[in-house]
Write a protein of this length. Sequence first.
Length: 321
Amino acid sequence: MKPSISSTLKRWAVLSVTVVALSSCVIQQGAIEPKISYSPPPRLLHCLPDAFPPLTCDEMAQDWGKELWIGSQFGKDLDLYRSITALKRARILSPPFERLQQIDYSIVLCYWLGAKYCDAIEAFECSSISCVGPEFAAYETVLTILFDAYNKTGQTMRACTILELINEIDEEQVGKLQTGSAIEIGSFEALAMLPRDPLSQQAVDDLLCCYCPATKSVRAAQIYNALLPGAGYLYVGQPKTAMTSFLLNALFIGATYQFFKNGYPFAALFTLSLETGWYIGGINGAGIAARQYNESLYNCFGKEAMMQGRLFPILMIERAF
């Protein structure tokens, strides 16, 4: 059966908006480079339902069953290195196919929780769950993991393909993933285009209301420091650096003046060259300080907004170990 026109248009809309969301992070003068991260507490994984039925007594009596159980318990406690080690031992001991899928899923999940995105992708592509469909209990969780891993490793087109698969089963999840990705890279252009549910909309509105009025202008910091050395640093809330910058520039300007006044032109030129370096460096430094101030501010408000809207992928998964 051929897809309908409306279905095709919807898929292209998802793809185009996602490309904008994932690729509109070109850094310009004064642009920020956010680094928003979130480490889930172990209780979060304990609260999520298992993706597979519990091990039976007969299975627990097998060596692979013991290793699988140990690996799952370590995984729930976020002791990921030990979890992966036990799970790989379980895999070597030839479990039945349905438990092999459970082991492979758990290994991919561990790598992803540990932010080893390349390892998570490699483990998935070589696993027994690489071709699972909607009948797989943790299908949507696997898709969420893959989208985030591809996104974090810069594989935009693969991430878009995964997003299309998610769109077929949960359109709201697509909006959340797109919004979270746009916040993570600080793409305000993408945020303006993306459709959102009420919770995500409130989180984005709160982020913009808190962040935008509190930002510092990079150009203003540079201009202030050009007019009066140290003023740019004072503008971004670094009084000690501002005082150091002012005193160093005043010292070299004073030394240059005294050398010229007392007939030491070569010494004066030397101190003048040093002062020029301090002066220009201070202007650039004030601009960098303003950008770092904005990045720190955005990281704080961005993390809070993503937690409020449950926009971190780890908060969207429905199954654990």
